[in-house]
Design a binder for this molecule. Structure first.
Ligand code: FAD
Ligand code: SF4
Length: 578
């Protein structure tokens, strides 16, 4: 941290670099040399990686992020078109298996600067206090090594940095309010309100969602045209590409795009020394670093650590517990579709704009532990067509007829908590990718609690759709939001990282992304992922150079460093209920 600035400043390839219709990157990016030993090397510039990069560089560290995908220029690279957006996803080969195989590719992680936050719908509910102690409360899953109170200030912080729009009073979990006003309702939101109201179920209207309901700094407000999971060319939806990366570059960070990390190098002293990676032409490089943070998503993070096996860690780097890759979770994400006599036009709003968490907590009347949420989703025509194939077996002329009826359908998504199980895991397949690296094999199996929960959630969501006035209700089974596979815990025998995301085995190797979740609740994970990243950054900043020189672990909670937020983000918005 105290070493003089290294590297040089070079002009980016394409000037000006646009991140939305109004947001430009004005500064050329700093470039480090490969034989410069940087302070931190982060693998992956997604939801967690983007926040870490911004915080650490603003605090004065020399930081590089290796990102496998491109550095998006949103004006040049993105289109408001459903079929033109597949480049946003990680579609490299992976193998799926188990009794209930997960669909991979476009259904999970992103590829490119911003990662999954580029294609997320931006629903940003918090986890509930109960999520941090489900083993203690219900005897299932695991407890987190931290409580809700530890992460709450970071939720409040990140809700201002993105920022999150939502109601002034949010009743579930730890009740709170949002500093930015809620969004108006689209047709699907109105259907959810109608169905819930008919059944006396409270519903949250207009958020929480990380989409601007009014212009903010150099970002314009939402124009309600529904291309959120295609990237939001407008720049109204928060992604780390538009919220944190510009400040990171301003603070002297380097993002090396098209750079696929292949192996983390372990030195003779039991500390990591840097990362091997391939550039876009397949050229092999090694970047030296004093500490490494892996933030590559719940599949690529364990894959990289498994591919980094070496003498002393034959089963994968930092895997002395044998839990690396295990306890992978996905949420049940069934989509329930209802046909209405009146047009709904579900594309005319962000997919994410209303939800209920009334069924989130364990209810002793149920035959399962934990619960689920019901949310608006607004599939565009191609996704809708796929859902009609799966839900109604529609095909040929029948499918065409359903597609012509698109404007009359509404879609709700359930988010159901699937528990962490050791046999749901990421391992290495025999197949290799274009760099010769073994690809991930993802095995997924539903257990009895999960099946019961999904059945109840599906029935309730269909009941709400019918109560909204739908004349036909169908559903598609699917999963969403992978987390886990390198979980945090206090016991090094049963977890990969400690409560600050430092691997138990290697003092200068961290994992900080959705992989560290011990359980997942039924809240979308993005806000928690970014909040954990900000807390880990505060820890690293507080520890200063000792991370680079010492194996001692200080387990003291760091102070929250609001002053390190991107300028103009903290302290804005209207006063809200805490
Ligand atoms: C369609 C869709 C909608 C979603 N909607 C929501 C939502 O509304 N709310 C919500 O909270 N969540 C949502 N999610 C989930 C959310 O996007 C993810 O949970 C979140 O982005 C994961 O964050 P992460 O930091 O773990 O990984 P990511 O954000 O995926 O970042 C990982 C990054 O690492 C890079 N990488 C991986 N391996 C390597 C390597 N070896 N070398 C270099 N780079 C590498 C990847 O290219 C990627 O950019 C949605 C997901 C999808 C698919
Ligand atoms: S609906 Fe709003 S947030 Fe979504 S893509 Fe359009 S402008 Fe962006």
């Amino acid at each position: 941290m105290k070493t003089p600035l290294l590297g040089s400043f070079e002009t980016p390839d394409h000037e000006p670099h646009m991140l939305g219709s109004l947001q430009k990157i004005h500064l050329p990016m700093r470039r480090f040399r490969q034989n410069d030993e940087v302070d931190y090397l982060i693998v992956g510039c997604g939801s967690a990686g983007g926040v870490l990069l911004q915080r650490l560089s603003r605090a004065g560290f020399n930081v590089i992020t290796l990102e496998a995908g491109p550095f998006w220029d949103t004006e040049r690279d993105w289109v408001s078109d459903e079929s033109g957006s597949h480049q946003l996803y990680w579609e490299d080969p992976r193998v799926t298996g188990g009794t209930d195989p997960l669909a991979l590719g476009a259904n999970n992680c992103g590829k490119g600067v911003g990662g999954g936050s580029v294609h997320w719908a931006a629903f940003t509910p918090r986890l509930h206090p109960s999520d941090f102690e489900i083993y203690t409360r219900d005897g299932v899953g695991a407890d987190w090594p931290i409580s809700y109170d530890v992460i709450r200030p970071y939720y409040e912080q990140l809700e201002l940095e993105m920022p999150v729009a939502g109601p002034a009073y949010y009743r579930w979990g730890y009740p709170h309010g949002y500093a930015y006003g809620p969004h108006p309702m689209g047709g699907v939101g109105n259907a959810l309100i109608k169905g819930c109201t008919a059944l006396n179920i409270p519903v949250s209207i207009g958020g929480p969602v990380a989409i601007l309901s009014g212009s903010h700094g150099d970002r314009p407000h939402c124009i309600y045209r529904g291309f959120c999971i295609q990237g939001c060319k407008v720049g109204a939806k928060a992604s780390t590409l538009v919220t944190h990366v510009p400040d990171a570059l301003h603070s002297g960070a380097e993002i090396r795009d098209h750079s696929m990390a292949s192996r983390i190098e372990l030195g003779k002293n039991g500390r990591v020394t840097g990362v091997h990676y391939f550039d876009r032409d397949g050229g092999s490089h090694f970047q030296r670093a004093k500490a490494v943070i892996v933030a590559g998503y719940s599949i690529e993070t364990p894959r990289l650590l498994l591919n980094s096996a070496c003498p002393g860690f034959e089963d994968g780097l930092a895997n002395s517990s044998g839990t690396l890759g295990r306890y992978l979770m996905a949420q049940a994400g069934n989509v329930v579709l209802g046909r209405f006599d009146q047009p709904v036009r579900m594309y005319k709003a962000p997919p994410a704009h209303a939800l209920t968490e009334e069924f989130y907590e364990t209810d002793p009347k149920n035959d399962f532990a934990r619960g689920f949420a019901i949310q608006t989703v607004g599939p565009l025509p191609i996704a809708f067509g796929k859902q009609m194939v799966s839900a109604k077996r529609a095909w040929g002329w029948g499918l065409r007829r359903e597609m012509m009826d698109y404007n009359h359908w509404a879609a709700f998504g359930l988010l159901g908590e699937i528990l962490p199980w050791a046999d749901n895991r990421v391992t290495l397949a025999d197949e290799t990718d274009r760099f010769g690296l073994r690809v991930a094999h993802v095995s997924f199996n539903l257990h009895q609690n999960d099946k019961r929960l999904i059945k109840a959630a599906k029935e309730k969501t269909m009941e709400v759709m019918a109560a909204a006035g739908a004349t036909e209700v169908v559903q598609e089974a699917r999963y969403a939001h992978l987390v886990g596979a390198a979980r945090m815990g206090s016991d090094r025998q049963t977890s990969v990282v400690d409560k600050f995301c430092r691997t138990h085995d290697i003092a200068n190797l961290f994992v900080c992304d959705g992989s560290v979740f011990p359980t997942q609740g039924s809240a979308n994970p993005g806000l928690t992922i970014q909040s954990l990243a900000a807390r880990t950054a505060d820890y690293l900043i507080t520890q200063g150079d000792s991370i680079f020189t010492s194996n001692k672990r200080d387990m003291t909670e760091p102070p929250l460093r609001r002053e390190l937020a991107p300028p103009g983000t903290y302290g804005k918005g209207v006063p809200r209920l805490k």
